[in-house]
Design a binder for this molecule. Structure first.
Ligand code: PHE
Length: 344
């Protein structure tokens, strides 16, 4: 009889101490399974004298009942605790601040290109884009730079085969557009895009850079129209009050050809370190479309004329944002790119 009590109190204590449903199951196995301690008591009953059996059997049954009840009670408790623990674990603190999404910014070269595109679209120009892998014919021949012409040396070139190359200027695209127009005027377009030259990269040179070229062909187009257009562009890009000046130059596809300077936006033309004391900064090449280029493309150069210009986007961006190394544009260091956040 003492043994029954001992087993019972031992079982009840183990039930109270079971800290999880798994531990409780182990307790159930120890005491209530077929090989458990309570069943073992029943087996022992067989060896008792007959008259002791009923009382013993009854006590074991009571013990079994009490242990079963205590087990069920503890099971309910532990199940409840498990839910509470899980809810605690999965709690979401909706008052925590959210993760801020990092949004990229427009690349500084894209900013300049888009600015130039916008201002020319506003003047009724259309945008023409074309292949970067170009035929010699459009890049050179139609632009009045035949094979063996010394002007080919002006633009070191990446050739793919003798007739295919990475375009050295977006003038190639202008030639495609002139050819496509089949002698019909007016033409008013800009050609933005990447160009390539076999150059050693340093702070001011890159084998790949961006240009935007403009082309206008029609009746009575003069150098004065070119000057007015470029002055308008300079004022939009570098701020109001800019003046421009032309200096004679040479391009095979324009005649006359000019280099265009803008009055220094940093010192207002007085002379500073950026303009090297001259008050002027060279920004682009331009000229009147060479009559031979017009003729080669099927235009009557007696009836129509045109102007063209080509501006380097990197150069404008470097001047405008005070960047002294062109390589910054291509290495895409996030710290560099982020400094343009506020311009966007
Ligand atoms: N294609 C010339 C260059 O790449 C620029 C240019 C364009 C000059 C149009 C005159 C007219 O250097």
């Amino acid at each position: 009889m003492d043994k029954i009590e001992a087993v019972q109190s031992e079982a009840l204590q183990a039930i109270q101490e079971a800290g999880s449903l798994e531990a409780l199951q182990a307790v159930r196995n120890t005491y209530l399974s077929k090989k458990g301690s309570i069943q073992a008591l029943m087996t022992q009953m067989k060896s008792l004298p007959k008259e002791e059996k009923p009382a013993f059997g009854q006590k074991v049954n009571v013990c079994k009942q009490e242990v079963t009840q205590a087990l069920e009670k503890r099971q309910a408790e532990l199940a409840k605790l498990a839910i509470v623990a899980r809810m605690e674990e999965e709690k979401i603190d909706i008052t925590l601040p959210g993760d801020r999404l990092k949004i990229g910014t427009t690349h500084p070269l894209m900013m300049i290109q888009q600015e130039i595109e916008d201002l020319f679209l506003g003047m009724g120009y259309k945008i023409a884009e074309g292949p970067e892998v170009e035929q010699d014919y459009y890049n050179f021949e139609l632009a009045n730079i035949p094979k063996d012409h010394p002007a080919r040396d002006m633009q070191d070139t990446f050739y793919i085969d003798p007739n295919t190359l990475l375009r050295t200027h977006t003038t190639a695209m202008q030639m495609r557009e002139l050819e496509k127009a089949k002698g019909q005027t007016p033409i008013k377009l800009i050609c933005p895009g990447k160009v390539y030259r076999r150059d050693d990269d340093d702070a001011t040179h890159s084998h790949q850079f961006m240009q935007t070229e403009g082309l206008v062909v029609g009746e009575h187009i003069t150098l004065a129209d070119l000057k007015g257009t470029l002055e308008f562009m300079a004022n939009k890009v570098f701020g109001e009050g800019r003046k421009i000046r032309f200096r004679p130059s040479y391009f095979p596809f324009t005649e006359p050809s000019v280099e265009v300077d803008v009055s220094c936006p940093f010192c207002n033309g007085k002379g500073c370190s950026v303009c090297k004391g001259s008050g002027w900064i060279e920004i682009l090449g331009a000229g009147m479309v060479h009559p031979h280029v017009l003729e080669m493309n099927g235009f009557d150069s007696e009836k129509c004329s045109g102007f063209a210009f080509g501006v380097g986007i990197e150069r404008v961006a470097m001047l405008k944002y005070g960047i002294d190394d062109i390589r910054n544009f291509y290495t895409n260091d996030i710290r560099f790119l982020e400094t343009f956040d506020h311009f966007d």
